[in-house]
Design a protein. Structure first.
Length: 200
């Protein structure tokens, strides 16, 4: 009888050890206890020559990432950031649909109707930058315009433009750009060539 109890006790201990091990593995792999969420979002890329490509969120994240620091201020002077930003350079996305050259502008739009047109120089990092405290214009290091999907090591919140938004970043995080450029909820990026004007 005592042998039967001992065997039962050993079996229970073994089951408990396995359960504890499984829980520890889950906690290690997912420390916040929430399941990995699948983000159902597409970004449509349209080239100036008519090439088009639709990227899922997962396909976007699979592209070579770029990391830097960036922040912005709103029209009423509210400072956001600087943040550590991770995403894909707009220039690299343009290469997927034929590239971006000096004759092009890049139109970035969102489902809420917001649209911002960027010049070739801006796509190449030519933005005005400002001091975080005084808002005075200051010189800057090299800037990179990216489609950001991660902010301070985490996915974007709904407030911050989940799942992707434009960010202007650099290796340093000590200046700001204008908030109107940080388009939220981006779902389309189009490379356009302005129509030529016939003066004859």
């Amino acid at each position: 009888m005592s042998e039967g109890r001992s065997v039962s006790r050993l079996v229970l201990i073994a089951i408990a050890v396995v359960c504890i091990g499984a829980l520890a593995a889950v906690a290690y792999l997912n420390p916040f206890g929430a399941p990995e969420e699948h983000i159902d979002w597409n970004v449509t890329l349209i080239g100036s020559g008519g090439d088009a490509r639709v990227l899922t969120f997962d396909e976007l994240k699979a592209l070579p990432p770029y990391e830097g620091y960036g922040g912005f201020f709103t029209t009423v002077g509210i400072v956001n950031g600087p943040y550590k930003c991770k995403g894909v350079p707009i220039k690299e996305l343009g290469e997927l649909v034929g590239g971006i050259d000096a004759s092009n502008t890049v139109w970035v739009s969102a489902p809420d109707g917001y649209l911002m047109a960027f010049s070739y120089d801006q796509v190449n990092g030519n933005f005005r930058t400002f001091d975080q405290t005084t808002f005075r214009e200051v010189p800057h290091d090299e800037l990179t315009m990216i489609l950001m999907y991660e902010q301070d090591g985490a996915p974007l919140s709904d407030y911050d433009g989940r799942p992707v938004r434009i960010a202007i970043v650099s290796a340093r995080g000590d200046y700001l750009t204008e908030g109107s450029y940080w388009v939220k909820w981006v779902d389309e990026i189009e490379v356009r060539t302005p129509a030529s004007t016939n003066t004859s």
